[in-house]
Design a protein around this ligand. Sequence first.
Ligand code: G3I
Length: 352
Amino acid sequence: MSKLRRGSGRGARCAAAVAVLTLVVTGVAAGSAQAAGSTLQAAAAESGRYFGTAIAAGRLNDSTYSTIANREFNMITAENEMKMDATEPNRGQFNYTQGDRILNWALQNGKQVRGHALAWHSQQPGWMQNMEGSDLRQAMLNHVTQVATHYKGKIYAWDVVNEAFQDGSSGARRNSNLQRTGNDWIEAAFRAARAADPGAKLCYNDYNTDDWTHAKTQAVYNMVKDFKARGVPIDCVGLQSHFNPQSPVPNNYQTTLSSFAALGVDVQITELDIEGSGSSQAENYRKVVQACLNVSRCTGITVWGVRDTDSWRSGGTPLLFDGSGNKKAAYTSTLNTLNAGGTGTPTPTPTP
Ligand code: G3I
């Protein structure tokens, strides 16, 4: 005892100090381990953002796929199943089987859903492709109304209009059958969507709108500015953000995000994929995620698929999981960036 007591002098104080220090250190470590999200959705949620993926209904029975999707993502987009050709294969006859499958899977697993897409020049059903003029305008508006009504109250945000601008230097609208019904077709679609589902955020969604200096980006910006000025119901802009060496992540990407946000809309990265591999791909993902985190109204990021092999351009291995479902360097970089945070605390538009 006395030895112990004697030993309880300086030695014990040292031991106690070490113990306290250990507790503090492990406490801090445990604290930060708890604070740090171990999945993409948890890490994004730390700053009030979501992290989503596109889901293909036909893959949901693949347990590797659905396990990763359920664990990592809390915002779900139907990759093809809510598009015009899928939901209205014959005029006036609507088919929601596959779209509902994805929606129900998402809602049953506590996730939110981005609707994609109500009006688009592409993936129109055969009966619509050769239509023009007022008949087409009427068919398009009916489609928007019917589909948005079917999903009313269940959709976080709709891509109301997709890809309506041309690539290149013109800044013009894309010459599509929808555009030829009159320049006001986009705002007409937004008004119909708002009337059908007043609770969903309404987004304009496009690709090649990432570089602030590009004519297409400026054209979309000017349209959104005009819509806001005239009270056309628009709540968000989706930047698809499909990147590869020919179309790299621009250095001014954050400027693009913050410029749209300054118009009073949310900004969402809606179809992110970046072709490449290893550390360069990881660095590109870091840049994109950091840019979003630095912009208050960048409210979430969706990657366009789960594993590389699920991608619409699988040869470019553009996603966060390899074909076997293993986490790639790009995953780790994305997770770490989300956990480190940014300078923009999200302040999304109130739900309309
Ligand atoms: O399901 C059929 C299958 O039954 C058939 O045997 C096969 C034969 O070609 O086609 C299958 O459908 C394909 C479908 O993907 C499902 O795999 C379509 O042909 C094909 O056109 C379709 O491609 C989709 C593409 O949009 C169509 O435009 C991609 O999956 C989808 O990732 C892609 O997503 C778009 C966004 O909606 C908008 N932004 C660009 C993005 C990438 O292109």
